[in-house]
Design a protein around this ligand. Structure first.
Ligand SMILES: [Zn+2]
Length: 290
């Protein structure tokens, strides 16, 4: 029976090739029932790129779009470009700088100078550092404009649901809380990138009623205890957590409290300091980790 089905599929496939190949006008309806043929859904790939103590995340969508969220410290710009190139990236549809700290936006100016970029998102906050000025200069020099990243803004990625869940408010004491938080839903899987958002921002995301239930959580602020509040973790209920951090970093990341919380929630943890770059691939149903 299985063999017969396979044969039938091959026949249907060859037949449709023949029809299309001959350039028959689309009006000619083909009396072949194509429903049983499984169309392979495209793959969504999310790369948590090892940039030491910092964040850099590449998202490659089923429709072939590329989004880069952060690019590590200034010294990592070249490595991020190299990695993106090795993954076939020739242009970036979206670049997001989560917040103005150097371990997130440091490499972005180099990346924006290198690849054609369609759209740049940053939270509405300024910073006095040269790193931040360099980023704004790169945006301007390449004829781009900054679009404000804030809760409720949708990201123009085809074939999936992607939006900012934070920042919810306009002003914070800590720069970390301006972090652009991104949620991506594809089929039965989701990804949540939290930048360095701390408990204050997490509480606002929860109050806003945003659905943050996710398969993969990029743990906030490199595993610091200032982020990943128990309530936030409970609502996100991730199966996998990714902590982006450098080996022997001076901040003691990841903090013991965060590790204990994740462990007691039964979350499988990946860390860039131990595992290097971590890549998730999903067709919306199955999920694979490399
Ligand atoms: Zn950081």
């Amino acid at each position: 029976m299985k063999k017969y089905l396979q044969l039938l599929l091959i026949l249907i496939f060859s037949f449709s090739l023949l029809i299309n190949g001959c350039g028959v006008s689309p009006q000619t309806t083909v009396p072949v029932q194509t429903d049983p043929v499984q169309t392979t859904a495209g793959t969504l790939q999310v790369h948590f790129i090892d940039v030491g103590q910092g964040d850099a995340i590449l998202v490659q969508t089923p429709a072939g779009q590329n989004m880069l969220v952060d690019a590590g410290d200034n010294s990592y710009g070249g490595e991020v470009i190299e990695y993106l190139t090795s993954q076939g990236v020739e242009q970036l549809d979206i670049v997001v700088g989560t917040h103005p700290h150097a371990d997130h936006i440091g490499g972005l100016d180099t990346v924006i100078d290198h690849f054609p970029v369609q759209k740049v998102y940053l939270p509405k906050v300024t910073h006095t550092t040269k790193t931040f000025r360099d980023l704004l200069a790169a945006v301007k020099d390449n004829g781009l404009k900054v679009t404000t990243a804030k809760a409720g803004v949708d990201l123009p990625l085809e074939g999936l649901n992607a939006y900012f869940a934070a920042p919810v408010e306009d002003s914070y004491e800590s720069l970390n809380n301006y972090s652009a938080v991104i949620k991506i839903d594809y089929g039965s899987h989701s990804f949540l990138f939290t930048g360095d958002a701390e408990a204050e921002s997490e509480a606002q995301i929860l109050s806003a009623g945003t659905d943050i239930k996710t398969t993969v959580l990029k743990v906030g602020h490199h595993g610091s205890s200032s982020s990943t509040s128990p309530e936030f973790l409970q609502a996100a209920a991730p199966r996998y957590a990714v902590i982006m951090l450098g080996e022997d970093n001076p901040y003691g990341h990841p903090h013991r409290e965060t590790m204990e919380l994740l462990n007691s929630a039964g979350v499988e943890i990946f860390r860039t300091d131990r595992d290097g770059t971590i890549v998730f691939s999903t067709n919306g149903e199955d999920i694979e980790i490399n």
